[in-house]
Design a binder for this molecule. Structure first.
Ligand code: NAP
Length: 540
């Protein structure tokens, strides 16, 4: 299938387009520029990691960014209605509070402006080499360096930090006959702003977080709208409102008020953890969602089709006040069956046989999370990709480091996603942990740091154990949180406080290390391992 959703950051497009590279032009052929640290990506994760490293005096850092601007997912997702469903005061970096948020839940453009402003305000931009995509990174045991091939030339680094993000590569389902579709097709995360939807017959495929934002946003523009729903989501009210000028004044002039607000939002989100860890505690959220549905959808037949049959929280709980009312509009049709195939040029047929003729197909079908796309570009000393090195069991110590991949860390690696709180909190916990470890290594004269395989396995076993009985694995749904075998490899099965505690107390003694200039490996002592048993400790 050749659906044109692949982004325009391809290697070919990026070559020669690095004019805006702030960290310098690509080196001449044959020359491999060497730096201390390379970070992949300049979204929330890359900016946080860069800032934390600089804070600790580690300044020989280059960030490679495949696009021409910072922002990651908030740069890429420009679909109408795109906004955050975590409150703004929490969905921001702790070191860069923004007293000027205009709404309690920020729209995409405001978050993107915030990230651009953060990069400028903290002097991060000179480190970023824009229009530079990682092609491959391979660890060289002899030189103890990462050898990178990028779209703008080779590079080498002592340490490599991937902040490439999790919701990055769009996915579309395999649909028979899609190649013969005569209209426009695109994915929500690669929105075609050049396609005018006015008066068109449009289909939105999917009913996840992106779809429920885009459907109400385009409904008044299109001629008709058909929504293909494979599984209905649980939806709760969105308590969005404008933040008053008085509140903003307070946050600007008495910063502690904003910190208190942030803490209050954080605490209220953390209080939801039990509802995810034990299906029985989810009743309250289900009641809220059912009432919302009943209030907004008076038609019992439509309401029945919109009522999920799995436990609330099993898939991401969505927030919307205008999605249900939009579905009730005369020119909007809900086909509660998966899109199966396309025929006759523009006829979309669902699995249950219902069909619609459309001019535009918008895939709101999510991202390749389980495939961890960046892992196919990272290679160990033997040339094995990170993906191939751990077949079927992608785990990382503290969701960040992998045995066999020295001096490599991942921000937002396996089991660091959240269903209940701000992802930015997890990003910062990991970014700070990596910066602390690198600073400790520098002070101790340690050149190479690598996950201890036993510790990684124990961590992974602990996470797996904690995942059992949670709503994500026992809630009766399938979601991008789980891999094909039903294993929960995306989410952190606990409170963010517990993750932060682990990350904060991570020290070099927990890793296998090699001092600069000799080959003596310092193994973590048994007592350190037993003192903070990851299996026990990861239990929420
Ligand atoms: P998603 O949650 O993975 O949803 C994909 C949707 O496509 C699902 O409803 C899926 O149905 C449906 N689908 C797949 N194949 C289909 C077919 N053949 N016919 C009909 N439907 C089909 O993707 P997303 O909405 O882009 O969200 C991904 C994640 O991005 C979210 O979970 C969230 O973490 C993040 N996000 C956050 C925000 C925010 O406000 N912070 C906004 C947008 C996205 P099934 O449910 O049956 O699989």
């Amino acid at each position: 299938m050749t659906v044109p959703v692949v982004d325009d950051h391809g290697v070919g497009a990026a070559v020669g387009a690095a004019a805006g590279a702030a960290a310098g032009a690509a080196p001449p052929p044959g020359e491999r520029r060497h730096v201390d640290v390379v970070i992949i990506g300049s979204g929330f994760g890359g900016l946080a990691a860069l800032h934390r490293l600089r804070e600790r005096g580690i300044r020989d850092v280059v960030v490679i960014e495949r696009s021409n601007e910072v922002g990651g997912t908030w740069r890429d997702n420009t679909y109408p209605g795109a906004a955050c469903d975590v409150p703004s005061h929490l969905y921001s970096l702790s070191f860069a509070p923004n007293p000027s948020w205009s709404r309690t839940f920020s729209p995409q453009a405001e978050i993107q402006d915030y990230l651009i402003d953060t990069a400028d305000r903290f002097g991060l931009r000179p480190h970023i080499r824009f229009d530079t995509e990682l092609v491959s990174a391979r660890w060289d045991d002899e030189t103890r360096r990462w050898c990178l091939e990028t779209s703008t030339g080779p590079l080498s680094a002592n340490k490599l930090v991937s902040a490439a993000g999790a919701l990055v590569e769009p996915t579309v389902p395999a649909i028979d006959g899609i190649d013969g579709f005569t209209g426009d097709i695109f994915h929500t995360s690669r929105w075609r702003h050049d396609v005018d939807l006015t008066g068109k017959r449009v289909a939105v495929i999917g009913t996840g977080a992106s779809a429920i934002q885009v459907v109400p946003a385009i409904a008044d523009t299109v001629g008709s709208l058909t929504v293909f729903q494979r599984t209905p989501p649980w939806i709760v009210p969105r308590t969005d409102r404008a933040i008053s000028a008085g509140e903003r004044w307070l946050y600007r002039h008495i910063p502690v008020t904003q910190r208190l607000m942030r803490s209050a939002i954080y605490a209220s989100r953390e209080a939801l953890v039990p509802a995810f860890l034990d299906v029985r505690f989810g009743r309250l959220q289900e009641t809220v969602a059912r009432r919302h549905l009943a209030r907004q959808v008076p038609d019992p037949e439509l309401r029945a089709r919109l009522t999920p049959t799995y436990a609330v929280g099993c898939k991401r709980i969505l927030l919307s006040n205008d999605y249900y009312p939009t579905l009730a509009a005369d020119h909007v049709t809900l086909i509660d069956s998966a899109l199966d195939r396309v025929s006759d040029g523009n006829r979309l047929k669902a699995v249950d046989g219902r069909s619609a003729e459309v001019d535009v197909i918008i895939f709101a079908t999510g991202f390749d999370v389980q495939g961890l796309p960046i892992s196919h570009r990272i290679f160990d000393a033997d040339g094995r990709s990170l993906w191939d090195s751990i077949p079927g069991d992608l785990t990382a110590y503290l969701g960040s480091s992998f045995a066999g991949f020295p001096n490599f860390w991942m921000v937002l690696g396996p089991n660091t996603g959240l269903g209940h709180n701000s992802q930015v909190f997890m990003i910062e916990a990991q970014a700070t942990m990596v910066a602390d470890l690198l600073a400790e290594a520098r002070a101790a004269g340690v050149a190479v740091v690598e996950a201890d395989p036993d510790r990684q396995r124990r961590w992974s076993d602990g996470v797996r154990l904690s995942m059992e009985g949670t709503v994500w694995t026992s809630g009766g749904c399938s979601s991008w949180y789980l891999d094909d075998d039903g294993m929960g490899r995306a989410l952190w099965p606990g409170s963010t406080v517990s993750f932060w505690r682990h990350a904060r107390s991570s020290v070099l003694a927990d890793y296998r290390t090699t001092r600069g200039g000799d080959d003596g490996r310092l193994k973590a002592t048994a007592s350190t391992i037993n003192d903070r048993d990851p299996v026990q400790a990861s239990k929420p």
